[in-house]
Design a protein around this ligand. Structure first.
Ligand SMILES: Nc1ncnc2c1ncn2[C@@H]1O[C@H](COP(=O)(O)OP(=O)(O)O)[C@@H](O)[C@H]1O
Ligand SMILES: Cc1ncc(COP(=O)(O)O)c(N)n1
Length: 267
């Protein structure tokens, strides 16, 4: 089989736990060749986001153009997109290159509270990016922003997933890391049925980059030909192992362990 390729369009996390760095590590661990289009550079560590330096939309567009016109791609993930201009540029290029396997992680706010998406850019995300996406992977606060709903229960999660699907995206996966219970329940809505992926909640402060890592694992699995449902299963196992075997790096919210899944014999 030829080498499978995945592109992440996202922000750089100098601390290495989230963003482009988490995505590329995850792609590599799952045996997929990783490429990147950087949307912004963040000065970030386990204590928080200390600076955000966005790229121009033109720079993002050109990065996408040159890799897609030469190397090609089997799946594309988007993460921190920062502005409406960058969202519009990315969507235009993905359409132009006829990318079908687009996984959108609608990154809005870092766990420490810093804004990674300008407020007015949410509309662009809904109007130009979601309609061309195969999957969107909001966490609960992001699903609340996308729908304007308050999500307190599994029934609310289902209602939100249906509302998000009505924006034109084929599959909606609401991540359950922000749930309150002993289990983390990730909910997939594929346009007709619901599927749940349940894990045991680990009591740890080291969850920096969990969302990026989960969506990147889904992207890698889809690049290798998995269905959205199988990709969600793989991603759930990948993130569960990465959180369980935490590295305890830094003084704040540490990164997850991107080696753990492979070391346990996954892949
Ligand atoms: N403490 C935890 N224990 C086990 N799984 C977790 C924990 N926190 C998050 N997860 C899982 O990590 C993935 C990312 O979820 P979430 O933390 O909601 O995303 P985000 O980083 O975007 O806020 C999901 O599969 C979620 O269930
Ligand atoms: C550059 C960048 N992208 C995304 C996140 C979100 O991280 P998380 O996955 O923990 O929500 C982040 N903190 N920094």
């Amino acid at each position: 089989m030829s080498v499978r390729r995945a592109l992440t369009i996202a922000g750089s996390d100098s601390g290495g736990g989230a963003g482009i760095q988490a995505d590329l590590k995850t792609f590599q661990e799952l045996g997929v060749f990783g490429m990147s289009a950087v949307t912004a550079v963040t000065a970030q560590n386990t204590l928080g986001v200390h600076g955000v330096y966005p790229m121009t939309a033109k720079a993002v567009e050109q990065q996408i153009d040159v890799v897609l016109s030469d190397i090609g791609v089997d799946a594309v993930k988007t993460g921190m997109l920062f502005s409406a201009d960058i969202i519009e540029a990315a969507a235009r290029k993905l359409k132009e290159h006829q990318c079908e396997n687009v996984i959108v992680d609608p990154v809005m706010i870092a766990k420490g509270g810093a804004s990674l998406l300008q407020e007015e850019a949410t509309e662009a995300l809904k109007q130009v990016l979601l309609p061309i996406a195969l999957v969107v992977t909001p966490n609960i606060p992001e699903a609340e922003v996308l729908t304007g709903m308050s999500i307190q229960s599994e029934a609310d999660k289902k209602e939100a997933a249906i509302a998000i699907a009505s924006l034109g995206v084929k599959n909606v996966l609401i991540k359950g890391g922000h749930d309150k219970g002993a289990k983390t329940v990730d909910l997939l809505y594929d346009g007709s049925a619901f599927h749940t992926f349940t894990g045991t909640r680990i009591d740890t402060k080291d969850t920096h980059g969990t969302g990026c890592t989960f969506s990147a694992a889904m992207t890698a699995a889809i690049a290798k030909g998995a269905s959205v449902r199988t990709a969600a299963e793989t991603a759930k196992q990948f993130i569960q192992a990465a959180i369980e075997d935490g590295l305890h790096i830094g003084q704040g919210h540490g990164p997850t362990n991107h080696w753990a899944y492979r070391q346990r014999g996954g892949c």
